[in-house]
Structures are given as structure tokens and as C-alpha cells.
Design a protein around this ligand. Sequence first.
Ligand SMILES: Nc1nc2c(ncn2[C@@H]2O[C@H](COP(=O)(O)OP(=O)(O)OP(=O)(O)O)[C@@H](O)[C@H]2O)c(=O)[nH]1
Ligand SMILES: C[C@H](OP(=O)(O)O)C(=O)O
Length: 221
Amino acid sequence: MGTYRTQHVVVVPVKPPGIGKTRLVGVPAGQRVSLATAFATDTVAACLATPGVARVLVTTDDARFATTLSSLGADCCPDGSHGLNPALVQAVAEARRRWPGLRPVALCADLPALRPEDLAAALTIAAGRTSYVADAAGTGTTLYASSYDDFDPRFGADSAAAHAAAGAAAVPGDLPGLRQDVDDLASLRAAIALGVGPATRAALGALPVAEARDSEGPPSS
Ligand SMILES: Nc1nc2c(ncn2[C@@H]2O[C@H](COP(=O)(O)OP(=O)(O)OP(=O)(O)O)[C@@H](O)[C@H]2O)c(=O)[nH]1
Ligand SMILES: C[C@H](OP(=O)(O)O)C(=O)O
């Protein structure tokens, strides 16, 4: 007999890649767009390959990129709101309308080293109560899971503390690819060390990493 597993809808917010990932300083603008696109593509692909993920709903105002992500198997809805948390709340309301039996989870789109095993493990731990996954730095959040009724994300500055203060449980464990969000070149290097997905590998192929490193100082290892 198979094991019962809670089924989720993972809601992935994607700022239009053309205006996202502005902290990747030293990377030429065109390549920053390619990287932002690739991070989201790899994140969504990993979600779609995760046991316990029944649907992936991308919320973005980039309609063209939404079409690309749809071709991978994601569902998409427009952002149409004012900032990350309102966009998530709106998308989760839409998810509830479409799939009332699923459990909603918000996941950032800047996780190019995300592995389905890590996401599956986190979802299992987070299935019982409102929970969050702190990022590698420990201050931010990469994942927030709750019920439809209680869904109240607090992404932004110091979001790990904000989620904890609101009563959410921190998901324990290593979960390296799930925690390693990419905000700047140092975190990009850390994700590369873990192993990034194919879209990000391809985008990096065109990136003059050495030049970008030079503008930020020597590599950390
Ligand atoms: N749909 C939507 N997604 C957002 C919005 N703001 C941020 N995001 C997404 O939320 C996640 C975390 O955001 P950040 O780490 O701040 O990413 P970012 O805004 O691209 O990066 P910076 O320009 O460096 O702040 C990423 O997946 C972003 O694409 C928003 O207003 N709407
Ligand atoms: C969205 C935010 O991401 P950051 O921009 O801090 O990586 C957070 O961690 O809540």
C-alpha cells in the first residue's frame, strides 16, 4: 500500500526577469536578465519534479516568460498587485479557487541549486503546521507553507524572524539547495558549488564570471 502524502500547490513568485536580481552587480545587464530567467526556470523545473507537488503556479507580470514556464508544465497567473506578499496572497486565492484540496506553499524563484529531494523533505516536515525554510544566511526565507485559511507570508527584510514571530515553525535540516537563494555574486558562487540546474549552467556559460568576480574582489575559495 502506498504512503499517503499531502499534495501541494507550489506558488512561485517571479519578478519580471528584466527588472529582477539587481544585486548581481558586476554582471552585464543582458546576462543578469538571462540568469534571473534561468534561476526561475530551474526552480520551477525542480518543483515540477518533486513528489508531493501536484501543481506549480507561477505568479508573474512577464506574460512572455509565463508562456515559457507554461510549456514546462507550470500554471501561471498575473501578478497584478503591489509587491511580493500581496502577489502571493492573490495567487494563493487563485490556487484555492482552482485546487481547493491542495496545500499552498510559497517558494522563491531564485533557487537554481534546488533539488527535488530537498523540497520533498521540507514539504513533508512542513505539512503539519505553518512553517518556513530560512535561507542560507539565516535571515531570509525561501519557502513558506500554510493552509489556505492561515496563509499570511512575510517575505522581505528579516523575513525568517518575521515568520517565526508570527508563529511559523522553522523547518530543520541541511536542505542546501533549498536554502541557497541567489541574491549577489557570493551567493551565486555558493549555488554553483552546490550544483545548479541546466538552465543556469547554460546561462553561466555565457557569463564572464572572472570579470564579475574581479569587480567584487577575489573568489572566496
Ligand atoms: N510576482 C512577484 N514576484 C516578486 C516580487 N518581488 C520579488 N519577487 C520574487 O520573489 C523572490 C524573492 O525576491 P528577491 O530575492 O528580492 O528577488 P529580486 O527582487 O529579483 O532581487 P533584487 O532586485 O536583488 O531585490 C524572487 O523569486 C523574485 O522574483 C513582486 O513584486 N512580484
Ligand atoms: C524575499 C526576501 O528575499 P531576499 O531578497 O532577502 O533574498 C526574503 O528572504 O524574504
